[in-house]
Write a protein that binds this ligand. Structure first.
Ligand code: SF4
Ligand code: SF4
Length: 462
């Protein structure tokens, strides 16, 4: 059995410490090109574009994604969700978690390498670093030299671009909680509140530190997913592996046909964003970005040797056994996702357009008025959680009862009203016909909503 898989079988994913000499105490990432980098850039580019653009899209004058904390509402693609709809959001999160399990079972940490925001932003910051300070070797040389005007200019350019990108990220992120057009117009008119300025600064700093300075340490030490990912692996999970049998013994003589295929060029290490040497075996710090595969495939192509010295491979594939990606476990994940999605579609289609609550005044059991009626007092909380302005008519379900208060309500989308009402019954009425439980009914052209409450009369009248 390949040494890599011996280690998987024996200890799941071994943790190898970085060798400081191997990375000079600091990770200088070299950008590479290739099949997996093209896929990674297509995925991360699309997600990043989605992040930056979605906040600017309006539907009927309303931002299509807005988590409005102040009014405790979530505007989501033309729908209005209230705290009562939190289970729908929980459904999305469960689908996300199952998707993550399915991806991890099929292709180990591809989520981390190809789609996680921490990785996406880190790659952008590395790209900026490469543009401003040059390629890996130049950066290493620059760091060894003392300060000079050229180095100072390069550093200022890098940190300025990092800061600019971090600020744009922060503004966009906050734009999902406060309407982004308001933020933009406040910035343009130099009218930004101190509170908003502080939030933008805090999130910009977090982005700058995470993607620019801390980078792989977030994945290695802060991300909980890295710690439990190995429990989702099985012998059919594709992991990034170095073919020890083919690559060893390494040799630096490129023209020699003796020894293994690895020419110990260390390109696979130089392109690794977490600074590990995959030739030491699968490691918990590997985020499955595929950069080492692309770098090594390029070397093998130039050496006129078959590619795939580093590749995605499962333990069963390595042993020559059948190893389908779509196996029962993955089908179970897919079935769960389909079921939960089906439920969510149904729940969204049948989502209430109105939230109504009736609270009976508990201070006073009842009052009598000058017209010879017994009255109870109520507070009605009514909220239009649809995306259209709606007229509601408020009625009671018993003709002997009289509703005192505003019966016609015109509510804008998201509008919430708290109104006081009195319900009165004539003392002369046949008390057997006065129910103890009464229903408040709000009707509109879209339907009817009812809320029950109690109605109390003097005992002797019952
Ligand atoms: S890139 Fe390939 S050939 Fe070069 S050191 Fe890594 S495994 Fe060996
Ligand atoms: S070992 Fe390879 S796949 Fe893993 S993080 Fe490094 S470059 Fe990416």
């Amino acid at each position: 059995m390949n040494r890599v898989f011996q280690s998987i079988a024996m200890q799941q994913i071994p943790v190898h410490q970085h060798d400081p000499k191997q990375v000079d105490g600091k990770i200088y990432v070299r950008l590479t090109e290739g099949h997996y980098q093209r896929i990674r850039r297509a995925i991360s580019g699309s997600l990043m574009l989605m992040f930056f653009l979605t906040a600017w899209i309006n539907l009927d004058g309303q931002q299509i994604v807005l988590f409005d904390f102040f009014s405790r509402r979530l505007h989501l693609f033309g729908m209005l969700l209230s705290p009562k709809d939190i289970y729908l959001l929980a459904g999305f999160m469960i689908i996300g978690a199952i998707l993550l399990f399915a991806l991890a079972s099929a292709y180990s940490r591809v989520w981390c390498g190809f789609a996680c925001p921490q990785s996406i932003w880190t790659w952008v910051f590395i790209r900026i670093e490469t543009i401003t300070e040059g390629r890996r070797n130049n950066r290493i040389k620059d760091d060894k030299k003392g300060w000079n005007p050229g180095k100072l200019t390069r550093r200022i350019a890098k940190h300025s671009l990092w800061a600019l990108f971090a600020t744009l990220t922060s503004m966009t992120f906050i734009g999902y909680f406060v309407p982004i057009r308001e933020i933009a117009s406040d910035i343009i008119s130099l009218n930004l509140s101190l509170e908003m300025f502080s939030w933008i600064l805090i999130f910009a700093l977090l982005t700058y530190v995470n993607a620019g300075l801390v980078r792989e340490k977030v994945c290695a030490h802060m991300c909980p997913y890295a710690r439990f990912q190995s429990v989702m692996f099985d012998p059919d999970t594709r992991t990034i592996s170095y073919d020890v049998d083919r690559g060893e013994p390494r040799h630096k003589n490129r023209s020699s046909n003796e020894g293994g295929d690895c020419i110990d060029c260390k390109l696979c290490v130089h392109v690794c964003p977490t600074g590990i040497d995959i030739r030491q075996g699968l490691q918990s710090d590997c985020i499955t970005c595929g950069a080492c595969i692309d770098a090594c495939d390029d070397v093998m192509t130039r050496m006129r040797r078959p590619t795939g010295l580093i590749r995605f491979v499962s333990e069963n594939q390595e042993q020559g056994k059948a190893s389908p990606v779509l196996r029962p476990r993955i089908w179970a994940y897919i079935a769960s996702i389909v079921l939960i999605s089906g439920y969510l579609i149904w729940a969204f289609a049948n989502k209430e357009a109105l939230i109504m609550d009736v609270i009976r005044d508990r201070q006073t059991l009842y009052v009598t008025n000058g017209a010879g009626e017994v009255c109870n007092e109520y507070k009605l909380i009514i909220e239009n959680v649809s995306v259209t302005a709606t007229d509601f008519a408020l009625t009671l379900d018993n003709s002997l009862l009289r509703l005192e208060g505003k019966s016609g309500l015109d509510l804008q989308p998201g509008q919430r009203n708290e109104l006081n009402y009195r319900v009165c019954a004539p003392t002369t009425a046949d008390t057997a016909l006065i129910p103890r439980k009464i229903n408040f009914t709000a009707s509109s052209s879209d339907g009817q909503w009812q809320q029950m409450s109690s109605f109390i009369m003097p005992q002797q009248r019952r």
